[in-house]
Design a protein around this ligand. Structure first.
Ligand code: UCC
Ligand code: FAD
Length: 582
């Protein structure tokens, strides 16, 4: 019996070593690049204080609510105990708290109050960036709410949407509304023009009733929505294609019996990630609605919403990358392997440094688009800014969506086996990142959008791109150590310019095959130029210079590399198909 007390493993004794978990610290204070970017562009005390205070709140309070949202996902109650249809989406208290917090903290309002002029969007998106990985996906309804406010503002804040606008942009929790964005139907989420079957039946009072089936509707506990439908003429006929689509506003309300007006919630989607948030299939059965756009101008009118939600998506992508890097570097100070902490293993530090470089390039890309949006909304945008905003929005969304999956996946590995264990909360980061390249336009669809906007502007957007990217390199002569990076970006810009000239003489199918690589080239070169520009700033650090050099070591212009290999020649598609179906 005496010997037993010395045994380290017996009954309830399970060993004395317990690994420390990574700790979330104030995400504002932990983010050198965010703070430097703001010091350079928006050094307002009020902004810095608000973000620092909010960062503390996120680490100490909000992050646990986000976890609660994950652990208590929404559920659908179709019927009451007596068989009456109620279609009630039950959400967790934590999800509801996120709504209150979002109003109080001005998550949407900041973008519309414009207290910091052209930098107001940078402020708003910085706050969302700090919030996002702890928000239990509440950033999704906020994105659509912001998008809806933008559409209403751009079309004129008047009846019947003036009240909605004031509720979408308020800081008062009891008045705050969120919006949905119901575009996707069974036949198509990318190809909305052919996929939309929903019809709008005109009513005598000038309003409409919508009948159709919306296949994906996220954050369906929203108070209102913007959606697309085809107006029926007196014979019941509709116009096919994009020219038949109009934009509608509808409130999600209940009648005196508690039933949703004109909506049946068919079911909630069973999703890989984004489980904190309800995504429903909806039967629209006479949903009362108002037409906001001219007939047939639905897609063009909802485009403003797409711009905003795609920017929010990009913010969520950089936020996910930043969060996993912050946790991984903290863990690297706590975990000992092979006799020393991970932090002292150079190969592990190389891995984290590569993640950091990806995150920095992506951060500057996204913030630059926010800057451009702010300039446009303050009436300060030059034509170059407007072109850049149109071109870079899909580029940045598609590029950061993919990066987020790669960086977060690498990040999970840096926790070893624990990165794969659900109750650490880490796997949810990866599951939630995976959606970022799918919704709001897939990678290919956005790559084609880039081509379309280039073609429709007769090349003006590319002209703006080249001019601005070159101007970002102009200060680099003062920092000689940046020379290899400047050479790489300059060279890639020349190669890309040459590619564009040659490609313009080729059949559209050539450019279509090149679309994804072209978008990647635009993103990588531009991020390289932004990293260089940031590293030349007087407040920059050695790490800023190092990050720029490292970013520019990669293939900045894959479209030219692949072109040289004949990847876009007409002989390629049949070979691709044969390979896939071999
Ligand atoms: O997924 C969704 C919600 C998810 C939840 C929100 C998360 C937000 C982030 C949260 C972070 C945590 S909602 C569904 C999103 N669906 C899509 O994104 C659709 C993807 N498909 C496309 O983007 C396609 O390219 C379409 C639908 C836009 C193509 O339609 P069309 O009708 O074939 O397109 P056209 O003919 O090219 O464009 C029609 C008009 C043109 O204007 P006009 O007639 O004046 O020449 C275009 O210039 O629309 C204009 N347009 C645009 N304008 C089309 N796209 C754009 C654009 N991106 N920007 C400006
Ligand atoms: P498809 O268009 O069928 O795409 C299939 C594949 O084909 C993709 O790889 C795509 O890149 C590729 N592809 C398509 N067209 C081309 C082309 N021309 N050339 C080359 N490749 C092409 N929608 C809403 O409207 N509102 C919501 O709230 C909403 N919430 C969502 C929530 C979640 C969790 C998810 C996963 C989706 C949500 N969606 C929502 C739907 C989403 O926007 C669509 O699923 C998305 O736009 C893709 O459309 P699709 O599913 O029809 O795919």
């Amino acid at each position: 019996p005496g010997a037993k007390s010395y045994l380290p493993f017996s009954r309830t004794r399970i060993g004395s070593f317990f690994q420390e978990s990574p700790t979330l610290k104030n995400p504002f204070l932990e983010d050198a690049l965010l703070r430097a970017y703001l010091r350079r562009h928006l050094p307002e005390e009020a902004v810095l204080e608000d973000l620092c205070r909010f960062g503390e709140r996120v680490a100490k309070e909000v992050d646990s609510w986000g976890r609660d949202c994950e652990l208590n996902p929404p559920r659908l109650v179709n019927f009451d105990p007596w068989g009456r249809r109620v279609d009630h989406i039950v959400t967790s208290p934590a999800w509801k708290r996120m709504k209150t917090l979002s109003a109080e903290e001005g998550m949407v309002a900041i973008g519309y109050e414009r207290s910091f002029g052209e930098w107001s969007r940078v402020y708003q998106m910085s706050k969302l960036y700090i919030f996002s990985p702890s928000a239990g996906l509440y950033t999704c309804p906020l994105a659509m709410t912001d998008g809806a406010a933008k559409v209403i503002q751009s079309m004129g804040v008047s009846l019947p949407v003036d009240e909605a606008y004031s509720r979408l942009t308020t800081r008062q929790p009891e008045r705050f509304w969120t919006s949905g964005q119901w575009m996707t139907e069974r036949q198509g989420g990318s190809d909305v023009a052919t996929g939309t079957e929903t019809v709008a039946v005109p009513q005598t009072d000038g309003s409409y009733r919508l009948h159709g089936f919306k296949w994906f509707t996220s954050a369906t506990d929203a108070d209102m929505t913007l959606t697309l439908a085809r107006v029926q003429d007196q014979t019941g006929a509709t116009t096919p294609g994009s020219r038949g689509l109009s934009l509608f506003y509808a409130e999600v309300s209940r009648d005196e019996d508690g039933r949703l007006r004109g909506i049946e919630v068919q079911r909630l989607k069973d999703k890989l990630g984004t489980r904190q948030m309800p995504t429903a299939e909806l039967l629209l059965d006479g949903l009362p609605a108002h037409r906001l756009s001219e007939e047939g101008r639905g897609v063009a009118s909802i485009a403003n919403m797409l711009t905003i939600t795609r920017i929010h998506n990009s913010v969520a992508a950089i936020a996910a990358m930043r969060r996993v890097v912050q946790l991984a570097r903290d863990y690297a100070t706590r975990r000992t392997v092979f006799g020393k902490v991970l932090k002292d293993h150079p190969l592990h530090m190389q891995t984290l440094a590569r993640m950091e470089v990806e995150t920095r390039g992506a951060f500057l890309l996204v913030m630059d688009v926010c800057r451009l949006l702010g300039r446009e909304e303050s009436g300060l945008a030059t034509q170059r800014d407007t072109h850049l905003l149109r071109l870079l929005t899909p580029v940045v969304k598609l590029y950061t969506g993919k990066q987020a999956v790669a960086v977060v996946s690498e990040g999970l590995e840096s926790f070893g086996g624990q990165g794969y264990i659900e109750d650490t909360g880490l796997p949810a980061l990866l599951r939630d990142a995976q959606v970022l390249s799918i919704w709001e336009g897939t990678t290919n669809v956005l790559s084609l959008d880039v081509l379309r906007c280039v073609a429709r502007s007769s090349g003006m957007v590319l002209h703006a791109y080249f001019a601005h990217a070159k101007s970002l390199l102009s200060g680099a002569s003062t920092v000689p150590s940046l020379a290899p990076a400047v050479k790489a970006v300059d060279g890639a810009l020349s190669e890309l310019q040459e590619f564009v000239q040659v490609a313009a003489t080729r059949a559209p199918s050539y450019l279509e095959l090149a679309a994804r690589d072209l978008a990647y080239s635009l993103a990588r070169i531009y991020a390289g130029a932004l990293l260089i520009d940031h590293a030349c700033w007087k407040g920059a650090s050695q790490s800023d210079i190092y990050a720029a050099l490292r970013w520019c070591e990669q293939d900045l212009c894959p479209v030219v590399t692949k072109q040289a290999k004949g990847c876009y020649d007409s002989s390629t598609p049949p070979l691709d198909t044969a390979l896939v179906y071999d």
